[in-house]
Design a protein around this ligand. Structure first.
Ligand code: 5GP
Length: 185
């Protein structure tokens, strides 16, 4: 998606360890018009898939996921990183964050993900694929199917797409901006 690529080239900042900082339009300050266009483009790429729910992980995936849900008229569920005391039974999994270099648990209430759900997962970044694999695990626990996984930015050199394919070859993966290599920054 040209508009997003242009913005990354203009404002993106590369940090050590292959981390791309896009705080001026995605991760801290948010450009709603750009995020809306990204959400619409992701939906267009998955128009051949029959999903009834959009899933993401807090916090940066929520903006594009909510906009996609708004456009498509579908509910959006985000995996939570802390369990509120009010939460009943929940599916949970552990994800490794390479940007923070730690493991964290995410959970989704059994109330909001069931075997009737066909999910489109949306997130800001695809790096090594750990967050995506965590969501595949949670969907498996719930008996929900994954129709697709859509990302704003994919860092191809970290091979997340390969990790997803190894875990579930039937998942369609789409990314709006693909960074080919470290030099691509
Ligand atoms: P993965 O689980 O695919 O290794 O990494 C994806 C998650 O880590 C995303 O949810 C995103 O929040 C974060 N992430 C991965 N790479 C980057 C990056 O280069 N920049 C930023 N801002 N976040 C990243």
């Amino acid at each position: 998606m040209e508009k997003l690529m242009a913005r990354i080239s203009r404002e993106g900042d590369i940090h050590s360890g292959g981390v791309l900082k896009v705080d001026s339009f995605i991760n801290h300050q948010i450009d709603p018009a750009l995020m809306y266009d990204c959400a619409a483009e992701l939906l267009d790429r998955f128009k051949d898939r029959n999903f009834n729910k959009i899933l993401t992980i807090e916090s940066s995936g929520i903006v594009p996921a909510v906009l996609a849900g708004y456009i498509a008229g579908l509910p959006v569920v985000f995996a939570k990183k802390t369990k509120p005391i009010s939460m009943g039974k929940a599916y949970s999994t552990t994800i490794h964050s390479f940007t923070r270099d730690n493991d964290y648990e995410v959970m989704i209430s059994e109330e909001f993900l069931t075997a009737d759900d066909r999910v489109l997962f949306i997130d800001d970044f695809l790096a090594y694929g750990n967050a995506a694999l965590g969501m595949i695990d949670i969907c498996r626990q719930a008996g929900a199917s994954i129709e697709g996984m859509g990302f704003l930015i994919e860092k191809k050199f970290q091979n997340g797409r390969y990790a997803i394919g190894k875990s579930d070859a039937s998942v369609k993966v789409e990314s709006l901006a693909i960074i080919e290599s470290h030099l691509g920054f």
